[in-house]
Design a protein around this ligand. Structure first.
Ligand code: GAL
Length: 970
């Protein structure tokens, strides 16, 4: 997408430092309030955030009504032989995984959820993970399925769980998952219960397991879905659209994988239609397939697209392939896949070509992490972050070092980024190969993805075993997608006799810039890209390093020993046509990896933007490097240095025009020829007032950057990114808080504590970009506090539902408060699976043989007798039988409230006369034989109880537990 189109009016903090002057000559462009201070706030967009279209109508969000327990709940040791015998049977998990476990006092949470984001910073916790204890947690969710869904294909999708997870459905283990970054698709079909009989999902998450050396969060931090499809349907990730240019015409081979859970093979028609961006049909095809029972089959079609509009970074034109399954003429299942037509070619001497046009990769590496929310990044925040990157001319993203959230790739398709999609663990063993294959299968339709990366910096890269491992992984990728090259991000072993380097279609260099030339000379036919570079440090808004306080200057002078400054790095890449481009470590700061410091620093310094997405000086440097279609200029530092009058201050200007004139209070300080890569510097004796960098081309002023000295901070200001939000209970936006002087100018040195309240929306988190701050990032849903750091703080809010108003108010001691109203528009929330209240039901019973005379209520099978008494479930219809007596027994532990206060035990429907005994006491009787309910008061009491129901059945009538049995508090 054209940068300006995407960002229309949505210019972030700092970006307006450069006011385009092309049409306006030397006169300043009309300014928003406070713009004259050289640090204007973004002009809010007057529209709601775009939403992604749903491509799979069979899925529904399953994000409300989850119960969460922080900390582990050890599985209890089974008591005795009989319990041991039962504990290993399907459906009989013990402890918190058990269907009937009492989670009534667990906290209710909404997904996406990162419980680590709410943790305090603790010195003894892991440094790389940002000093936040992660630990183990449990989630549970009750789920009611409509009887109409019986026979359908049912799945649960968890798009990301950090880190290791075990999942149970109705007491049976259904998944073990070993990575934070892959989706878990659980086939619910064989375990499902319908109607009144609810389902219980239990998930144990071990977030102490690490896969990274960065903050990885904890819990169900991506979307979760309930999937309901017809018995014959397209499988998950089951559509592969693979556009190819064949003899000058675009073809779209489409492969649709179908499965069948019904009892007989099904003949269906698979139809695929290609729609252009305006929804007009371009091509269609159909094919008949027979889907075998409990098996799958591929339907293969080819659509002739002719000469479609192409997808590119500037114009990310998307077409849609709609695939439908038709049975007896009716459409029973459907997917919509966004595709783009584009060619990619890596040339060993000239780098990357997209649609035969040369494109230098101007990329950043990203971890999924943001102030306040941790890794639970809402869809709209992903998009907002991409807008910030687009604004600086970035055109590529490396998903380091793991599979990204699906929605992030959707946004990359729509906004025009080129993606290096990376696998997490370097391991060709089956569990890990499955993760890699899942990544390729899920992501291979995205036009944004141009490169697969199988690893990052693996010490085995220069060994025979490494070569054997990488060969297998590359082959696995190629089996699923032969249209994109494969790379790996190497950090050494390039010239070993045995090295994985030669295995890659595109060689990926992490750092080692001095080796570009040598390697290229030795391998003149292998394309090269920098897969990672820079690792320079900056503290946003700081212009002098202070090692004692873990503060690093933002003049782009400090970098790791293995990296280099932003400027030196880009110089090395820009001057070598054979290097396809680079990926700066990193676009945004992230929690963890506080290199070069450690405690009390809890976040990184590498970002071009800080943890909140506030730009550092590096942002302007990259604008100058990367933007070609617009003249830009940025100036650093701010110009508020009381007490330093007369002292020399280094003024650094980033610009992509021809010359720059620097002026202080209208006085010319010299004109310099622009050094687009290294920037331009002046040493200016400080005098308060206005410093201006005026960019010129051909003698004409083309852009201008201004900083003004601010006075004393007197008031707070709240600035939204958008003045409208969708009332869809989901849209999220970042609100900036800053302090202004009496003339409304931003005060870059203000570091005061602010307090705020929000109505009509929920606070998701707060931040200020200070890597040394230990203030809580999660606050109350409608109020909180955060100090400004070098003048700025951020509140992330999620809009409530329905049309209305969102009202924010911020205050600070001795300051004029700020208030803000955002309109909430009438946008329907996405459907969510209904929340179900948990009740304790007694499902599992033992049933005695039929007895001729009334037994004692104490009659029980011997321990270890698994055979002479049946295992029965309440509510399961029983056939009519001879008259006689039976005992139904069960052992149960009332949930906490009932145990404390007593409750009611309710039998929905009993066939026959009945006596209910609990712990040897008669609680109730049912006199009539006809089916009917029985209710009794259950006295309070801790621990396990024994219920015995004596039933006397009549001849030829159903008897026993014909309905549910539930225990409810008084
Ligand atoms: C690289 C690594 C990144 C990050 C970076 C910091 O070696 O791939 O994940 O740790 O160093 O400089």
């Amino acid at each position: 997408m054209d940068r300006r189109q995407l960002l229309q009016g949505s210019v972030g903090v700092g970006a307006l430092l450069a006011v385009p002057m092309a049409e306006a000559g030397a006169a300043p462009v009309a300014a928003a309030k406070g713009e004259g201070d050289g640090f204007p706030m973004p002009r809010p967009l007057n529209s709601v955030a775009p939403r992604l279209a749903e491509g799979d109508p069979s899925r529904t969000l399953l994000e409300l009504g989850w119960r969460f327990h922080e900390g582990d709940i050890p599985t209890p040791e089974p008591q005795g032989h009989h319990e041991t015998y039962l504990s290993v049977k399907a459906g009989n998990a013990l402890g918190a995984a058990a269907t009937g476990y009492d989670d009534s006092d667990w906290r209710e949470v909404r997904l996406p959820h990162d419980w680590a984001a709410a943790q305090p910073f603790v010195e003894t916790a892991n440094v790389s993970q940002g000093y936040r204890p992660r630990g183990i947690g449990w989630y549970r969710r009750t789920l009611r399925l409509d009887p109409a869904d019986k026979g359908k294909t049912l799945e649960l999708h968890f798009d990301g769980i950090a880190s290791n997870a075990t999942i149970w459905i109705n007491g049976s283990t259904v998944a073990h998952n070993w990575s934070s970054y892959n989706s878990v698709y659980v086939d619910l079909t064989p375990f499902a219960r319908f109607g009144e009989e609810t389902n219980v999902i239990a998930i144990r998450v071990d977030a102490d397991a690490k896969e990274g050396w960065w903050y990885e969060g904890a819990g169900l931090y991506r979307h979760a879905w309930l999937v309901r499809r017809p018995p014959v349907a397209i499988v998950s990730d089951g559509v592969h659209c693979d556009p190819r240019l064949v003899d000058g015409r675009w073809q779209v081979p489409v492969t649709v994988t179908l499965a069948n859970v019904a009892r007989s093979a099904a003949a269906v028609t698979v139809e695929a239609i290609l729609f252009d961006p305006d929804g007009r049909e371009v091509a269609r095809g159909e094919v008949q397939v027979t889907v075998p029972v409990l098996d799958s089959v591929d339907a293969v079609l080819r659509l002739d697209a002719g000469s479609p509009r192409l997808w590119s970074v500037e114009e990310p034109t998307l077409y849609t392939v709609r695939t439908r399954v038709l049975r007896d003429g009716a459409a029973i299942d459907e997917r919509r896949v966004a595709i783009g037509f584009r060619t990619i070619r890596f040339d060993a001497n000239q780098g990357l070509f997209v649609n035969d046009r040369h494109v230098k990769l101007k990329g950043v590496c990203l971890h999924q992490d943001h102030a306040g929310v941790g890794v639970a990044v809402p869809d709209a925040l992903h998009r907002w972050r991409l807008e910030r990157l687009k604004e600086m001319g970035c055109n590529a993203i490396r998903m380091s070092h793991n599979a990204p959230t699906a929605e992030l790739l959707d946004w990359c398709d729509r906004t025009g980024f080129l993606v290096m999609d990376e696998n997490r663990l370097f391991n060709p063993a089956p569990d890990y190969m499955a993760q890699l294959e899942w990544l390729v299968r899920r992501d291979r339709n995205h036009p944004s993805v141009i490169l697969w990366s199988v690893f990052n910096e693996e010490p085995m890269q220069g060994t025979g075993a490494g070569v054997e491992m990488v060969r297998r992984m590359i082959a696995a990728v190629k089996r699923l997608d032969d249209s994109r090259p494969v790379t790996g991000a190497m950090n050494g072993s390039f010239y070993n006799e045995v090295s994985v380097a030669g295995e890659f279609d595109v060689m990926g260099f992490n750092y080692y810039q001095a080796d570009y030339d040598k390697y290229h000379k030795l391998h003149p036919n292998q394309p090269i890209t920098s897969s990672e570079d820079t690792s320079a440090y900056e503290t946003r808004g700081a212009f002098a390093s202070d090692p004692a306080r873990h503060v690093i200057t933002s003049y782009d002078t400090e970098a790791t020993s293995w990296g280099a400054t932003h400027r030196d790095t880009w110089k090395n890449i820009a001057e070598r046509p054979f290097v396809a481009g680079g990926f700066v470590w990193t676009g945004f700061d992230y929690h963890g990896e506080p290199t070069p410091y450690a405690w009390p620093t809890i976040a990184s310094f590498f970002g071009i933007l800080d943890l909140c997405g506030f730009p550092k000086t590096a942002f302007d440097i990259h604008r100058a490097h990367w933007i070609d279609d617009q003249d830009v200029v940025g100036i650093a530092p701010h110009w508020t240095w009381p007490g330093r009058e007369g002292e020399a201050i280094k003024v650094f200007v980033s610009c992509n025009a021809e010359t720059i004139a620097l002026r202080l209070n209208g006085r010319e300080l010299g004109v310099q020829k622009v050094d687009r890569i290294m920037g331009n510097e002046w040493s200016v004796p400080y005098a308060p007032g206005r410093i201006e960098a005026i960019a010129m081309r051909g003698g004409k002023v083309v852009a201008r950057a201004v900083k003004e000295t601010a006075g004393k901070a007197v008031a707070l200001r709240l600035t939204p990114a958008r003045s409208l939000m969708a009332g869809d209970d989901e849209e999220c936006q970042a609100i900036t808080i800053d302090a202004v002087d009496s003339r409304g100018r931003h005060v870059p040195t203000a570091n005061l504590m602010t307090r705020f309240t929000v109505q009509g929306a929920t606070i998701l988190g707060v931040g200020n970009g200070d890597p040394n701050s230990h203030e809580a990032e999660q606050v109350q849903p409608n109020s909180g506090s955060r100090s400004l750091f070098n003048g700025l703080a951020q509140i992330l809010i999620r809009a409530g539902s329905g049309p209305g108003k969102i009202a924010l108010r911020a205050e600070a001691e001795g300051f004029e408060p700020a208030s803000l109203i955002i309109a909430r528009t009438d946008v329907k929330p996405r459907p969510q699976v209904a929340v179900v209240r948990q009740v304790q039901d007694l499902r599992e019973w033992r049933r005695s043989p039929l007895l001729a005379t009334r037994p004692e209520p104490s009659l029980a099978p011997a321990d270890g007798d698994n055979n002479s008494w049946d295992f029965v479930r309440s509510g399961v219809p029983t056939p009519a039988e001879q008259p006689g007596w039976r005992v139904y027994r069960t052992r149960f532990t009332p949930w906490k409230r009932v145990a404390g206060e007593g409750g009611t035990i309710a039998f929905e429907n009993i066939g026959g006369k009945a006596e209910l005994w609990v712990d040897g006491k008669l609680l109730a009787t049912k006199a009539g034989s006809a089916p009917g309910p029985l209710n009794a008061t259950l006295p309070a009491g801790q621990g396990a109880r024994i219920a015995a129901l004596l039933v006397e059945g009549a001849a030829n009538a159903p008897s026993g537990l014909l309905g549910a049995v539930a225990i409810t508090p008084r």
